[in-house]
Design a binder for this molecule. Structure first.
Ligand code: HEM
Length: 305
């Protein structure tokens, strides 16, 4: 009797140990191979934390210093440093590990559309950020000729002529998308383009990286150029699905029109009564904290007109 109990206990222990081993090591390693065979690579899985430690280190390093020169809006290495490194190194489809969960990063706008279509279940939701935070840069931060050019674009809007404010808002939303990435989750095995995804995979859609990608937006991808939207959103980039600050598909932001309208009204009211400039205390330090935020605030000096 005693030996039967010992045998059962030993069996349960070994079975439990195997399950834990499978969960923390064997399964991720198996999946890593499975993805590699399909051409999807990334930093190798580390026991239990996956790549979370590397992510934390990269984020802390990036947050330590502001961006010195922001005439170009090259913010991806500061806002999403680890993801940026991975995409640079491993390309349009890459992989990293959120603990034991694989996260596939999709940079191809056509595949992004596919993910945001009905096919994939909803995974997480970012809290929307009021548009007021978007004006830390753009018109307010320019001087000289650049300022004059942008001012010329925005001016007619306040003379009841052709409304061009949306172009400016779109360009701000392109360079500084409040929601920097979207997430989906496979709750069953699925196919994405040519790729087979098992159940339990996170799909990351890095809005910010796609919005800043030169292959998609051209050599001036990191420059503030609202005129790229002059032919409408669908003509602004090589792919018409490349601009998606409000998401896309069935879960597209319900407040999109409201947010744009609110921003237009707020900006119009401010410009009617004030001129403004960035304060000398302002440092450019966009960072990710659920949404895209100015890490040290956005100090603006207003002058009554
Ligand atoms: C610039 C401002 C805003 C941005 C960039 C933004 C962005 C987004 C994005 C990217 C999504 C899709 C999330 C996903 O697919 O997982 C979303 C969803 C949503 N947003 Fe916004 N949003 C903004 C303002 C607003 C405002 C003002 C409201 C409400 C008045 C709002 C309400 C919602 C709601 C309710 C959803 C969920 C829709 C659904 O799941 O069916 N958003 N937003």
């Amino acid at each position: 009797m005693v030996s039967v109990v010992v045998l059962v206990c030993a069996y349960v222990l070994i079975w439990g140990a195997w399950k834990v081993f499978d969960w923390v090591w064997w399964k991720p390693k198996r999946l890593e191979r499975y993805f590699r065979e399909q051409g999807i690579e990334g930093p190798s899985y580390k026991l239990i934390h996956g790549n979370l430690k590397e992510n934390t280190v990269a984020t802390e390093e990036a947050k330590a210093k502001p961006i010195e020169n922001f005439s170009r809006h090259f913010i991806a290495p500061r806002v999403l440093p680890f993801l940026h490194q991975i995409v640079e190194k491993y390309g349009k489809l890459s992989l990293f590990w959120v603990g034991g969960i694989p996260r596939v990063n999709v940079m191809d706008p056509d595949l992004v559309r596919e993910v945001l279509s009905n096919k994939f279940g909803h995974f997480t939701k970012m809290r929307p950020n009021p548009l007021s935070k978007l004006f830390i840069s753009g018109l307010a931060s320019y001087n000289g000729e650049k300022w004059a050019r942008h001012r010329r674009i925005i001016n007619p809007a306040f003379h009841q002529e052709k409304l061009k404010v949306p172009m400016i808002l779109y360009e701000v939303l392109r360079l500084y998308p409040p929601v920097t990435f979207l997430m989906r989750y496979t709750d069953k095995p699925m196919k994405l383009g040519e790729i087979n995804l098992p159940s339990g995979v996170l799909i990351g859609l890095p809005i910010l990286l796609i919005h800043h990608n030169r292959d998609i937006w051209g050599e001036d991808a990191e420059e503030f150029n609202p005129e790229r939207f002059s032919g409408g959103i669908s003509k602004a980039a090589k792919y018409k699905s490349a601009f998606f600050p409000f998401g896309w598909g069935p879960r597209i932001c319900i407040g999109q029109q409201f947010a744009i309208m609110e921003a237009k009204i707020a900006l119009t009211m401010i410009l009617q009564h004030f001129s403004f400039e960035l304060s000398s205390t302002y440092v450019h330090a966009p960072h990710w904290s659920l949404t895209l935020q100015p890490q040290h605030g956005a100090q603006v000096v207003f002058h009554k007109l």
